[in-house]
Design a protein around this ligand. Structure first.
Ligand SMILES: C[S@@+](CC[C@H](N)C(=O)[O-])C[C@H]1O[C@@H](n2cnc3c(N)ncnc32)[C@H](O)[C@@H]1O
Length: 1003
């Protein structure tokens, strides 16, 4: 793609259109969360992930929804606006049907049919089948089958529907019928998303929208923007990120032709390297088998016994193949042989698991010898020098090849009577070998064998080292293998401290270096084609991620194999690790991506966010905020490989991680200042009617307050905020917290007249209430969009909307940011935000509770009733209860929790509170406490009278409070009917009986 058109002169902007956009008014958070989750779960079949490793990628569907949400206007018919938005996203009923590409199983069809009216059942069920064992009518026509699929699909909840659907990006877009409706509502004339985006951009900005991200990472924002037809821009401090973004725009987005060129080049390189390796004979053994994995371990001298001990936390090699390594003492040499055994017994597996020689950072020698902390062993660690490719003989940590997994290719021939096995060479010697294969009479088969290295294998290791040594100076000079030293840092010090590795190439075995060098030496032939050379660099990146000494050997699962270097966000050294052979790398190494032709134009740059010089209408950014990932350090792992080559391909870039400029959280004041500088820069580079969305991970009010000050100081004002759950299962499982990505919608602050704080407090309250009411009014009860946390979040946003609208006399955000605070000291916005949440909480009356009653309740009572409502939605994250308590100002809330375990938090039932807190101050004095106790008495004595008498004697002015008491009892009684609240069964029943008795009670 060509670059962007020349920069627009800010002073020449066309007349501006300031109409509120849809995302400033509403956003389908629940559906976008589910779609984002689906995309994340697709792992490697996500559109851009096949290009290489990056951290914190944002789902493309989220970017699409954001962009459309910013470009679409908010009309005075919010319900229709939502309908149209969902149509555009193909997240409405018709769109989902369009995306449905999988058939619903018979079992599921029958299950759902059971719940349908008999008239429908009779159309699809076999009338002869017994009712207890129904089956589908076998004579259903194609149309009838399709109709049944549709009927059942439409009854499914959204999450389930998604299991049968492609992602929105995988289809063309809305149907022609949908376009008709869309155009009528919007007054447009579009038949595709790109046409619509063009029209909306024209209206809002006077031209095709220019959209960018100055922290673009792996390029989700520019890619999706370009796909929607915008002029897209992506820049990042890291050249690794810029390369991924460039590739997203130009390789994935380059259409079929580029895809073909890239695949062809990759294939050629792979074959050339493969030929060379085969020629050298370094991956084949005497039987003709080819290795696919080499397992290495570290070996150290035990200071207590003087024996050399191989290290591994466990000696299990494969759970499925039941393969283990066994250490056999060699007293003469004071070392251990390592035997490899396949198909061992349960007991042998267990002892291999137990007999690891390193546990809890201690060396545990076999035979019960005393253990030694690894720290002690590391004391004599030598720092490696550039030429060290393997440990020197007297180094503390030696490296030892202890197992090779071989792949044997053999053939089965079926001569009509029996199936015979043939060795590879026997089969290939058959005169009609190709014909037999083609006819299927001869079948190629694979078998894997784990073996300890033989003498010949060790010789091959030596040969690899010799081949590498021969090439090493030349290859380093040419940049085929890294020569950069590892600069110490939060993550990068670890390999230096733990293994003495001082240069990046020390993180690789000679075998890994040799193959990588071979791959990259092919690049020179390809430099004329920029997309092809860039793709080879990315291949190299993937190769290194999948093949370093930091790749853990994974003995579990169907395929026992090595993991990625970056299976987590660290540079952890390992005691034993796996290395792949070239053949086992083919899938990991080759780029896999769909070929997409982007309509918009794209531009990529390596530049510090504070220096951005592109003038855009919309900035969507996801800064490195509170995600604790050291992008700059981790990317140096890749940059060490790209160093010289990337500049040949992109001469205008740099090849440095620019650590000093990276935004990171270790110094809060510097961090805030850099963020302000970056966002000030963006404000300068957008028109007055421009829009921004800042994405960040949802955390407590403190983080919000901090970010609010930053953006405020940068000259932005908040107009809305939405929270999307983008985390995948595993992340959510650990999450006891309200997880999610917040999308903060912002505009340039143009108001200059300042106000005093007390002038805005009343408006803030009003705005919070208005926000909540708008959301409640928009809510669709049968298909809820907002959860409890969304309302709190909306309150933050509403408060910030008022707060950041114009300057405030008492608060100078720029000064506040620079102030370092004492522990516990808050920024002045934090309290305002907390107040806003309290207003929202107080305003949000639980369903089934009357507003008048609610108004008279204490904070702890409100927390309790609201907490029960939250629980009834299946919510058990302790963080949610914590936030709720914060919102209500219910400080002693933990007294009311039965459990505060991460994902099992819940409130105590009446019986569980029992006779606690019946006397004294606080909760004991409240009407809710008395009602709970009364219900408990009924459960305990099975006498309704006991409960009623308690209420009459203990509630001051019982008769005046009777209506309230009945109302609360009804609320508790209803809990018994909610699935998931089984623990309330008895108490709810008692509350019901008590409510009846109180109703019938007369003076
Ligand atoms: C959360 S990631 C962005 C991920 C991106 N949205 C994606 O979907 O892949 C934050 C990015 O900020 C970049 N970064 C850190 N400091 C920067 C700076 N001073 N200027 C520009 N980018 C910076 C990091 O390299 C990282 O790629």
């Amino acid at each position: 793609m060509a670059g962007l058109k020349p920069k627009a002169d800010p002073s020449n902007q066309r007349p501006l259109e300031y109409a509120r956009c849809l995302m400033e008014h509403q956003f389908p958070v629940s559906k976008v969360s589910m779609e984002s989750y689906k995309e994340r779960k697709a792992n490697y079949s996500q559109t851009l992930t096949g290009l290489g490793k990056w951290w914190g990628r944002k789902p493309l569907v989220l970017v699409r929804a954001t962009l459309l949400g910013l470009l679409l206007p908010a009309s005075d018919d919010p319900v229709k606006d939502r309908e149209i938005f969902l149509k555009l996203m193909t997240m409405d009923e018709d769109g989902l049907l369009l995306r449905k590409n999988k058939s619903i199983s018979q079992v599921r069809l029958l299950e759902e049919l059971r719940r349908m009216p008999p008239s429908v059942q009779s159309r699809f069920l076999d009338s002869e089948a017994p009712p207890e064992n129904p089956r589908l009518n076998r004579r259903l026509s194609r149309e009838e089958k399709a109709e049944l699929q549709r009927l059942v699909f439409e009854r499914m909840p959204y999450t389930e529907k998604l299991q049968y659907c492609l992602r929105p990006e995988q289809i063309e877009g809305p149907s022609p019928e949908a376009w008709e409706e869309i155009n009528v509502h919007l007054g447009t004339d579009a038949s595709s998303l790109t046409e619509l985006v063009q029209e909306l951009g024209q209206r809002r900005f006077g031209h095709r929208p220019r959209v960018g991200d100055s922290f673009c990472g792996a390029g989700s924002v520019p890619f999706e923007a370009a796909r929607l037809g915008c002029d897209a821009y992506g820049s990042d401090l890291s050249p690794v990120a810029a390369l991924l973004t460039w590739a997203a725009l130009n390789i994935v987005g380059g259409g079929k032709k580029v895809a073909e060129q890239v695949h062809k080049a990759q294939k050629e390189i792979f074959e050339a390297v493969d030929r060379q390796i085969t020629d050298w004979g370094i991956e084949h053994n005497e039987e003709g088998w080819r290795a696919d994995a080499f397992l290495y371990c570290v070996e150290v001298k035990d200071p207590e016994s003087g024996w050399m001990v191989p290290l591994a936390p466990s000696w299990v090699i494969g759970e499925k193949t039941r393969t283990i390594a066994r250490l056999v003492p060699d007293p003469a040499q004071r070392c251990y042989d390592i035997e490899i055994h396949e198909g061992v017994t349960d007991e042998e597996m267990e002892s291999a698991r137990e007999d690891g020689t390193v546990k809890d950072s201690r060396l545990i020698p076999p035979d019960g010898k005393p253990s030694t902390p690894m720290e002690v062993i590391r004391r004599n660690l030598r720092l490696w020098e550039n030429d060290d490719l393997v440990p020197r003989p007297d180094d503390v940590f030696q490296e030892r090849l202890y197992c090779i997994r071989w792949v044997e290719i053999y053939y089965e021939i079926n001569d009509g009577q029996e199936v015979k096995e043939l060795k590879k060479d026997q089969a290939q010697a058959l005169p009609n070998f190709p014909l037999l294969l083609e006819s299927g009479e001869l079948k190629e088969k694979k078998r894997r064998h784990y073996r300890a290295p033989s003498k010949a294998d060790l010789k091959r290791e030596q040969k690899v080292l010799a081949l590498l040594k021969e090439r090493f100076p030349d290859w380093q000079g040419k940049g085929y293998i890294p020569s950069r030293r590892i600069e110490p840092g939060y993550n990068t010090t670890q390999p230096i401290r733990e293994r003495g590795w001082t240069s990046w190439h020390h993180l690789f075995t000679p075998r890994q270096l040799l193959i990588a060098g071979l791959i990259i030496s092919q690049l020179n032939n390809l430099l004329s084609k920029i997309s092809v050379s860039a793709s080879v660099l990315l291949c190299l990146g993937r190769y290194c991620d999948w093949n370093s000494k930091l790749c853990r050997w994974h003995p579990h699962g169907a395929n026992e194999k090595t993991e990625q270097t970056f299976s987590n966000q660290a540079l952890n050294t390992l005691y034993n690790y796996g290395s792949r052979s070239l053949s086992a790398l083919e899938k990991a190494w080759v780029l896999s991506f769909p070929a997409i032709s982007l309509t918009g134009e794209g531009k990529t740059k390596t530049i510090d966010g504070k220096q951005v010089d592109e003038y855009l209408d919309i900035w969507i950014t996801d800064p490195p905020y509170a995600d604790a990932i050291n992008y700059h350090e981790l990317s140096e792992f890749f940059l060490a490989w790209y160093e010289k080559l990337i500049l040949k391909i992109f001469p205008e870039w740099y090849a440095d991680s620019k650590r000093a400029l990276a935004i990171r959280g270790n110094d809060p004041v510097a961090f805030r200042q850099s963020m302000v500088d970056c966002y000030k820069r963006l404000v300068k580079h957008m028109p007055d009617n421009g829009l921004q969305v800042v994405m960040f991970t949802h955390q407590d009010a403190g983080v919000w307050a901090d970010l609010a000050l930053i953006l405020w100081a940068a000259g932005l004002r908040v107009t809305a905020a939405w929270c999307i759950a983008t985390e995948t299962d595993s992340a959510l499982k650990q999450g006891n917290y309200v997880q999610g990505t917040v999308l903060l919608v912002l505009r340039k602050r143009t108001e200059e007249d300042s106000v005093f704080l007390d002038e805005i407090v009343g408006r803030m309250e009003e705005e919070v209430r208005r926000q909540i009411d708008t959301m409640v009014a928009l809510e669709d009860e049968s298909d809820p969009n907002f959860g409890d946390a969304d309302y709190q979040l909306a309150a933050y946003a509403a408060a910030l909307r008022v707060l950041t609208e114009r300057p405030i006399e008492e608060i100078d955000p720029a000064r506040e940011i620079m102030r370092s605070r004492r522990p516990g000291e808050e920024n002045p916005v934090a309290q305002l935000i907390r107040d806003a949440v309290k207003i929202a909480c107080d305003h949000l009356v639980p369903r089934g509770i009357e507003r008048d009653l609610w108004k008279g309740l204490s904070p702890l009572e409100r927390f309790y009733l609201k907490g029960l409502e939250v629980e009834s939605h299946g919510e058990h994250r302790s963080g949610v209860f914590q936030e709720l308590a914060r919102g209500y100002g219910a400080t002693d809330y933990t007294d009311l929790l039965n459990s505060d375990k991460a994902n099992q938090a819940r409130l105590m039932t009446a019986s569980e509170v029992g006779s606690k807190m019946v006397s004294g101050e606080g909760f004991a004095q409240t009407i809710i406490r008395q009602v709970l106790f009364a219900a408990f008495l009924v459960v305990k004595s099975e006498e309704i009278r006991d409960g009623l008498n308690w209420l009459k004697s203990e509630v001051p002015d019982y008769w005046a409070s009777r209506e309230k008491i009945i109302h609360i009892l009804d609320y508790l009684a209803a809990l018994g009917r909610i699935s998931g609240l089984d623990h309330w069964q008895k108490d709810a029943e008692a509350a019901g009986l008590l409510a009846g008795a109180a109703r019938n009670d007369h003076i």
